[in-house]
Design a protein around this ligand. Sequence first.
Ligand code: G6P
Length: 351
Amino acid sequence: NQAEKKGYPHFMLKEIMEQPEILKISSKISSEEIKKLAKLIKDSEKVYFIGMGTSYHACIYAEYLFSKLGKLVIACDASEFLNKGVVDEKTLVIALTQSGETYDTLKAMRYAKERGAKVGAIVNILGSTATREADITVLMGAGLEIAVCATKTFTSQLMIIYRLFIEFGKLLNKDMAVYERAIEKIPKYVKEVLNKKDYIERVTKDLKVNNYIFISRGINIVSALEGALKFKEITYLHAEGMSAGMLKHGTISLIDERMDTIAIVPPKNSRVFNSIISNIEEVKARNGKVIAITPVEIETADYNIITPNVIEEISPIIYAPAYQLLAYYKAVQLNRDVDKPRGLAKSVTVE
Ligand code: G6P
């Protein structure tokens, strides 16, 4: 068992550190299927991306990316799909599920199929139920993930969605060259963030409160939500993720020295870069501590975890290791069962 961890104290850390290699695989795997799925997206009137937990956050990434090409796709919590999904023969439902066995996701897939929709699945486990039931399956190639907390399977899902976005853009005759070129650099950027691990560990020593809020704007809403989920899953401390815009509509009243804020700052070229900076100032004005995951040093922040400055579209992939490590080191300090957090399962196969 220890050997399988390749010298790492936990599977989670091993899986976090594997991401540059895994992302190389995910950047090449399933090319034909991705093209086919992109064509289906183009030919469908309504497109849903459905999933649970971390996989649902990957669905939100799809929503933002496709909007850039003028295509409305809807991210939906799979457990609510039967309550609000509008499904007919011109609908495409793409299920994101690492295990391919999540009860709510399979149920939503079956519901869609019965109503004549096409069903695609982006899955990590070959031969899983989702792969058998979908009309088209895209494999992620993330390798076996043992820690309950999804890490490498998440960034690999984002990679697949990013490639789907590129193929879709090509079908619309858009120039996707910038995006294609960016793919090759992703593993290197991720490695740069992983190299900050000692600094990130040091930062977690100063996280002493019981409440955390993760904020961002734009496509990195995905990072805010996923960052909070990782954190609460394994530290058992309360964490919430939301858009910085929402902060003023309730949560800001909680901010003081007993609530720390993790601000995921979008790349410099983002149109929401300046507004997140003023949100950070608002938090500081209320005596809240701010940890920025950011491409540039933010003077008002208490800590800056500096990331490479990349195009906004790939930034959620690059930021992921930073908040994964933040959650990991905090959980280790608190002596949590990092790989098997209480009450959670790797795959939830019941309602
Ligand atoms: C469980 C796991 C999560 C995962 C979710 C969905 O809650 O603990 O890590 O994101 O299920 O799993 P799936 O296999 O469908 O991606």
